[in-house]
Ligand binder design. Structure first.
Ligand code: B4P
Length: 192
């Protein structure tokens, strides 16, 4: 089964957590734009320096930077059978770019899966993660801003994928294993 998938949802819904699990189960790479930015920030690269300016205050990194990075990553051989994009696309312009990247190879997206969760729940999770990991974008003020950016820029893309008949919504509240099973069901993955 080809699996060209995007995982949507607010910050803290469990995208990163679930992407790793789904990717292993489906045998395709999980590609997290947030993780690529954080690796570059840690490595002190030019891309990292630029990404930090935006991510530390909960803003989106400019599209031209993010789009070029994703285009490059999707050109790698390990995406031949599919991929699971976590955190991309994040606005309408990025949806158009992903369409273009795939169309250039005669491909299209199979499904967009949105993990839903209330702002209060995700805020609580992210504040808890802050105590464990100390991510600089997990402070109360920055989380509030990330949720605002999500509502204004990212939430509209769910409607876009729904209009194309590609959207599935999955409740992100519950145990991690429970949510994974719901997601596998939504994707139509064969039972293990
Ligand atoms: P991301 O790394 O994508 O950050 P995120 O939206 O907070 O999701 P994350 O994957 O980390 O959290 P998760 O929900 O899994 O982006 C960070 C920044 O990078 C952005 O603000 C932006 O600046 C930049 N960026 C990234 N992509 C971009 C793009 N396309 N364009 C422009 N800029 C971009 O998990 C949250 C917590 O919940 C975890 O601690 C986890 O343990 C916990 N959790 C998960 N599932 C749970 C469950 N079922 N129950 C209880 N806790 C759970």
């Amino acid at each position: 089964m080809s699996a060209r998938l995007v995982l949507l949802g607010p910050p803290g819904a469990g995208k990163g957590t679930q992407a790793a699990r789904l990717a292993e189960r489906l045998g395709v790479p999980a590609i997290s734009t947030g993780d690529i930015f954080r690796a570059n920030i840690k490595g002190g690269t030019e891309l990292g320096r630029l990404a930090q300016e935006y991510s530390s205050r909960g803003a989106l990194v400019p599209d031209e930077v993010t789009n070029a990075m994703v285009r490059d990553r999707l050109a790698a051989d390990d995406t031949a059978e599919g991929f699971l994009l976590d955190g991309y696309p994040r606005n309408v312009a990025q949806v158009a770019e992903l369409d273009a990247i795939l169309a250039d190879s005669g491909l299209a997206l199979d499904r967009a899966v949105e993990i839903t969760a209330d702002p209060e729940v995700v805020t609580e999770r992210l504040l808890k993660r802050a105590q464990i990991e100390g991510r600089e974008d997990d402070t109360a003020d920055v989380i509030r801003h990330r949720l605002d950016v999500y509502a204004s820029e990212t939430a509209p893309i769910s409607d876009l994928y729904a209009q194309r008949g590609l959207l599935s919504q999955v409740d992100g509240i519950g145990g991690v294993d429970e949510v994974t099973e719901r997601l596998l069901g939504a994707i139509g993955a064969p039972a293990s």
